[in-house]
Design a protein around this ligand. Structure first.
Ligand code: GDP
Ligand code: MG
Length: 310
């Protein structure tokens, strides 16, 4: 889990140095990102860190993201000169294809050499994208730790995979774009920021607004509510300083304050689901927690929050 927002500059510098040190000894870097948020789940200066090192971008969690967006994002990363692949570490879908890609690179590396050299790789990515899950998938039970061999960075171990490949056992943990509030929100939606430090109700309301605009059909089907037209047209809506859509408010509470249409939608959902407290108050805490959980586990649908320009 994320060591939360406390990425000190010194901390970042150290991580970066560690990755750069290991980078010298690897042939290829596997960069894992979250397919639901391919921009927010990438380290902002990853290109600067990896420079022209050969890279495979893994769009992980493809089981809960939007399949047609996965394809577009793969194309996008390929157009930048990388290899790219959608992956599901829960089922293992995509692992065989990754294997084939790696074998090709290994053979390329050895094409003129008499003594076969192993392909060496490391996995990098921001917290919670599935780096450890991928390592487990790649190593399976047949992996073995290599001992203190020359060339192995102290404290680091190389895992011997099948087919003459070696994987650094600890992934390079990078930091996401905390300075961008939109990225922070996306990371929080996807569970990359500890919920204890978040305002669940506020976060769920933000998520609901986003989903109502981009995936209204999924919201309607899951919660048996009708998403008002004006919420569906968020793209055209004016936004305030923090990027929140400004709607023409039509409903007012008993004190005369406007009620956001997203809150009205949440109210509808609460009533449909029976999230009501004694005294007929709506149980926003339960609503918030459930909507976030259902989004994160893919129950609302296959959703990608960040789209390519393609
Ligand atoms: N739905 C889904 N969940 C995944 C996938 N890969 C990993 N996860 C889950 O995402 C969470 C973080 O995974 P982990 O491997 O610990 O990420 P790391 O922090 O990058 O090492 C765990 O709850 C995993 O079970 C995937 O492909 N699909
Ligand atoms: Mg991990």
């Amino acid at each position: 889990m994320i060591e939360n927002i406390n990425w000190y500059p010194g901390h970042m510098k150290k991580t970066r140095e560690l990755i750069q040190e290991n980078l010298k000894t690897v042939d290829i870097v596997i960069e894992v990102i979250d397919a639901r948020i391919p921009i927010s789940s990438r380290n902002p200066i990853i290109d600067e860190i990896l420079k022209d090192k050969k890279r495979i971008v893994i769009l992980n969690k493809s089981d809960i993201s939007d399949e047609k967006e996965n394809k577009k994002w793969c194309e996008y990363f390929r157009a930048q000169g990388n290899l790219a692949l959608a992956m599901n570490c829960m089922s293992g879908a995509g692992v065989k294809e990754l294997q084939r890609m790696l074998e090709k690179i290994r053979d390329e590396k050895n094409k003129d050499s008499l003594r076969l050299k192993p392909l060496r790789m490391m996995i990098v990515g921001v917290p919670n994208v599935g780096k450890s899950s991928l390592i487990n998938r790649m190593t399976g039970k047949k992996s073995a730790k290599t001992g203190d061999r020359p060339g192995v960075t102290r404290g680091k171990q190389w895992l011997n995979l099948e087919n003459n490949m070696q994987l650094l056992d600890t992934p390079g943990i990078l930091w996401p774009k905390f300075e961008d509030p939109k990225a922070g929100l996306n990371l929080a939606f996807c569970g990359s920021i500890r919920d204890e430090i978040l305002d669940t109700e506020g976060l769920a309301l933000e998520l609901l607004g986003t989903l109502a605009a981009e995936y209204p059909t999924e919201i309607e089907a899951r919660y048996k509510v009708e998403v008002p037209e004006k919420l569906k047209m968020k793209e055209n809506a004016e936004t305030d300083d923090e990027g929140h859509a400004i709607y023409d408010e039509e409903e007012y509470d008993e004190d005369g304050f406007p009620i956001s249409p997203v809150l009205l939608l949440l109210n509808d959902i609460c009533r449909k689901r029976g999230w009501i407290l004694p005294g007929k108050k709506l149980d926003y805490e339960r609503a918030g927690r459930t909507i976030l959980d259902e989004f994160r586990s893919g129950l609302i649908g296959h959703i990608t929050l960040e789209k390519t320009e393609l």
